[in-house]
Write a protein that binds this ligand. Structure first.
Ligand code: SAH
Length: 259
């Protein structure tokens, strides 16, 4: 059965481009995923189709009101939020995710967990954010895509959807490729020989991807490393691990420190 994504947004047209390219497009066409974009304004009742209001307590900007968001989710689920999210009646195959700069940081492990679900509802905030009752009583989780603030939850939602979709069986041409990439399930850990003395196994860091090269073998005088052209698989594997280690140390020392 196709995994279903519902995107709740005030900008439904926003997703036209990203949904129509590459792996996400292919996954839709192959029936691996079904994507429904829900215009939040269809759940407003006034003439101006108002989705936002001024913040209690004062301060800048506007806040997305709770009513249209609760009603949008309930209409998508065909049941009350209480039924959908209380632990004993909740559907374990469902996540209701609020995109939020103040959420838990999204990572590949979360993408893998989401890829096991049947349905993900992604709520895209705007303005100064979303009435807190949405995080407390509607969303099952609050997720950030990084330590920076964007103007809306649409790009974050698309990013989560992309990361999850490419993990679904059959979404990538080559199944192995989502296992061995940076942060992949089979990503090599720092080899014992390269670990600082006394470092426990629990603290072993994961390595980022190794550098890739393709033709031409020489470009503007820069040569592809000899070892990759030689065809000695054991040597190539060793070289890749070494280079992955160097790159991880240079770009992401935090991954090695075991924090
Ligand atoms: N006042 C908020 C920022 C609001 S930005 C704060 O200081 O945390 C408006 C909307 O953009 C948010 O409601 C959220 O849906 C989205 N957004 C912004 N940055 C994000 C991030 N890093 N991850 C996920 N969503 C984000």
């Amino acid at each position: 059965m196709a995994m279903r994504f519902d995107l709740i947004t005030i900008f439904p047209e926003f997703f036209a481009g990203p949904l129509d390219h590459g792996i996400v497009r292919r996954a839709r066409e192959a029936g691996l995923i079904h994507v429904h974009v829900q215009d939040l304004r269809s759940f407003t009742k006034d003439r101006h189709r108002t989705v936002d209001d001024r913040p209690f307590g004062g301060g800048e900007g506007m806040v997305l009101k709770p009513e249209p968001l609760f009603e949008a989710v309930e209409s998508l689920l065909g049941c009350s939020v209480g039924e959908a999210t209380t632990p004993n009646t909740a559907d374990p195959g469902l996540a209701i995710v609020l995109m939020s700069a103040a959420g838990r940081l999204f990572n590949q492990e979360m993408a893998r967990r989401y890829s096991q679900l049947q349905r993900i509802i992604l709520i895209c905030g705007r303005y100064e954010g979303v009435d807190e009752r949405v995080a407390e009583h509607l969303a099952t989780e609050e997720v950030s895509i990084g330590d920076f603030v964007l103007s809306g939850g649409e790009l974050p939602a698309m990013l989560v959807m992309d990361a999850v979709t490419r993990l679904l069986p059959g979404a990538l041409g080559n199944e192995a490729s989502s296992q061995n990439e940076s942060f992949g399930a089979n990503r090599s850990s720092v080899p014992l020989s390269l670990r600082p003395a006394g470092e426990s196994d629990a603290k072993k860091g994961l390595l980022l991807d190794f550098p890739h090269y393709t033709r031409p073998a020489e470009y503007r005088g820069w040569k592809v490393p000899e070892i990759l052209i030689g065809g000695n698989h054991a040597e190539v594997a060793k070289w890749r691990q070494q280079k992955a280690m160097e790159k991880t140390r240079r770009n992401r020392p935090d991954l090695l420190s075991g924090e």
